[in-house]
Design a protein around this ligand. Structure first.
Ligand SMILES: [Zn+2]
Ligand SMILES: [Zn+2]
Length: 562
């Protein structure tokens, strides 16, 4: 009996191999369709790799048709990004004009924005005409994105294209100031010109006249690799955030258990799950650290503050008796949350650190009048749900897990996502093996390329984000895994604007800047990330938020009541 069974298995395996071979004979384009039909990301990625190697117009047609079909299908975000990344890697001179036309055709759709961001992966000379065409014909946010992408293409022609664009802009036209800033930023990035150049139109034009005939190596600076312990300030501009005043940026930690923890000899959980103050200090962003008890005082005013950054903290009922804190926790959960699991028997000191209703109102007013509020994880329950109930709320507590994060295609060019999905200049770039290629050949990621290898560590009992207003809330980052598990948008980072129409702000210069304050909420922590790339993603998100604040300063001048 056993022997017969073995024979059947062997025959089955041979048949399986044969049918496997037959499947392999399908064209990469058919493989792609099959993968999409089966909703199998592995098959899709393999087919995309094959089409990238094919590298011709037919490959572009297969990929772009598939992208059009998948656009707007929430469950297909991961497949869509794999396909767009593939198009970004097509390096055939004849294909680039097709990509250009495609982006322009879909410029008002998520698809156009998403494909343009995927083009970060193509850093060849062929990209210069594409970027120039889209600066000319794309939407405003596309123009800004193209001006940034020039800095990733580290050749002389990039600098030349930027100087040519500079010459087309009237320096005194206020509506063009932001475009000029982006051009200067990319020129600075490419050339590391002296400081006096930074925002000087005339100096740049004169400079180009002098250097244009020199060899590229004398003009374009190589990107320095980041050492192991570096932070994002080593490779990205962030002067607006770094120039904020110390007294304007307030980081809040839970200090209400400090005295009891001290009495317990420093033992026990101090109520904070994060230390954003350490991140800001490392990034040279000035701030003032306060405790929740300080913020909760009626005398503490937010009127003169610009940003409020909350550390995720435990605000619910727990026992804070120093004698009990000295005892080993009664179970695993008690180690972090001493609620009902307190190991003590008598004299529990039940303690709650939740912000008062008055403080919540104070925070709401702060945001309505141009304040910037950053929150993470549990803060959604303590602060967001109470202050802004119509925007987002907690749906359920999730289990601890590591999830792959992707940009929401509609938001990929959002200013808060700058650098978040771009490869940092690592000393050893993360190498991804290309299946089917001769062994040893790997695809290494260049700085600034679209990079989707970030994963976020989600803590046990993190509140999942429920979107209550699709029109007001912008989903920035999603996790396909979470979307599947909880049958929702899979949102892990969201932002929304809050505005009181009866308030007129006199700060907030800038043509495109809308009135009101901003909230940025993420479902993750800084301190718990397993890899540098993941922590960079979070750091960049927070830095972008503070950069915008530093750039527009909505509360810099008086808030006027209409
Ligand atoms: Zn306590
Ligand atoms: Zn107790």
């Amino acid at each position: 009996m056993m022997r017969r069974l073995v024979i059947i298995i062997v025959i089955g395996a041979i048949l399986g191999l044969v049918s496997g071979d037959t499947a392999m004979a399908a064209t990469p384009s058919q493989d792609l369709q099959a993968g999409i039909q089966k909703n199998d990301i592995k098959i899709v990625k393999k087919a995309v790799d094959e089409l990238v190697r094919q590298n011709d117009e037919a490959a572009f047609n297969s990929l772009s048709n598939a992208a059009v079909a998948l656009d707007g299908v929430a469950e297909s975000t991961e497949m869509l990004w794999a396909i767009l990344e593939g198009i970004g890697r097509l390096a055939n001179r004849a294909v680039i004009p097709k990509i250009t036309s495609f982006i322009i055709k879909y410029k008002d759709k998520d698809l156009g924005r998403a494909l343009l961001s995927a083009m970060r992966s193509n850093q060849s000379l062929e990209m210069i005409p594409l970027l120039s065409a889209i600066v000319d014909k794309g939407t405003y946010e596309m123009k800004l994105e193209c001006l940034r992408q020039f800095a990733n293409i580290r050749i002389k022609e990039s600098a030349e294209a930027l100087i040519n664009l500079l010459k087309t802009i009237d320096e005194k036209d206020r509506s063009r100031q932001e475009l000029l800033e982006y051009i200067y930023a990319s020129l600075n990035d490419l050339t590391r010109a002296p400081d006096k150049f930074h925002t000087n139109y005339t100096l740049w034009v004169e400079w180009w006249g002098k250097v244009k005939d020199k060899p590229a190596a004398e003009i374009i600076v190589k990107k320095k690799a980041l050492s192991g312990d570096g932070n994002v300030d080593k490779y990205r501009p962030m002067t607006a955030a770094q120039s904020l005043e110390k007294d304007k940026v307030i980081v809040v930690r839970n200090d209400e258990c400090d005295a009891n923890i001290k009495k317990a000899g420093g033992k026990g959980f101090d109520g904070n799950y994060d230390k954003i103050q350490d991140i800001l200090a490392a990034l040279n962003i000035p701030f003032t650290l306060i405790g929740k008890s300080e913020l909760d005082k009626e005398s503490y005013s937010l009127d003169d503050k610009w940003a409020l950054v909350f550390n995720c903290n435990f605000f619910m009922d727990h026992c804070c008796n120093p004698e009990h804190l000295k005892m080993p926790p009664s179970n695993k959960e008690g180690q972090v949350i001493r609620t009902k699991e307190c190991p003590g028997t008598v004299n529990h000191i039940n303690h709650k650190t939740e912000l008062s209703e008055k403080t919540i109102k104070k925070i709401r007013r702060f945001v309505e009048t141009g304040g910037y509020l950053f929150t993470e994880d549990l803060n959604i329950m303590e602060i967001i749900e109470r202050a802004f109930p119509k925007t987002i709320s907690k749906s359920t507590f999730v289990d601890e897990m590591t999830v792959r994060i992707l940009p929401e295609p509609a938001a990929v060019l959002h200013p808060y996502l700058k650098y978040v999905f771009e490869a940092p200049p690592m000393a050893q770039p993360p190498a991804v093996s290309m299946p089917g290629q001769p062994s040893g050949e790997t695809k290494s990621v260049k700085p600034g390329e679209l990079s989707m290898d970030s994963e976020w560590q989600i803590d046990n009992q993190s509140p999942n984000i429920k979107i209550n207003s699709q029109s007001d809330v912008v989903v920035l980052i999603t996790s396909p895994q979470m979307a599947k598990l909880y049958k929702d948008e899979g949102a892990v980072a969201v932002t929304f604007r809050v505005v009181d129409p009866s308030i007129q702000m006199t700060g907030g210069k800038g043509m495109t800047y809308l009135p009101g304050g901003r909230v940025l909420h993420v479902m993750s922590h800084f301190g718990h990330q397993r890899s540098k790339v993941s922590e960079f993603a979070l750091q960049n998100l927070l830095v972008n938020f503070l950069e915008e604040l530093g750039k527009y300063k909505p509360r810099a001048s008086k808030v006027v009541k209409k």
